[in-house]
Design a protein. Sequence first.
Length: 113
Amino acid sequence: VQLQASGGGLVQTGGSLRLSCAASGSIFRINDMGWYRQVPGKQRELVALITSGGGTKYADSVKGRFIISRDNAKNTVYLQMNSLKPEDTGVYYCYAKAVVVYWGQGTLVTVSS
């Protein structure tokens, strides 16, 4: 099983990025999918998650700016990030929770001021 994340990069404050994460391999019944963010010196924090039924949860810091979505047929989760701020900078890791939790390799998002 592999999770391939893409879409990170360098963007100016106020800009947008869209992250994608596709799960491949033999995965039976994915439940939650989502994104965590890692900043040096801080704990990895949950940014957003989406359940198999489409329910969503966001960190307070991104509510109203980020939108998480998923395509169950493609086992893919997306994170649309708008109105980006320098504090959104970090490595974003996607995950897929089935019987076990699978992680993507991380994609770097840098927001310049």
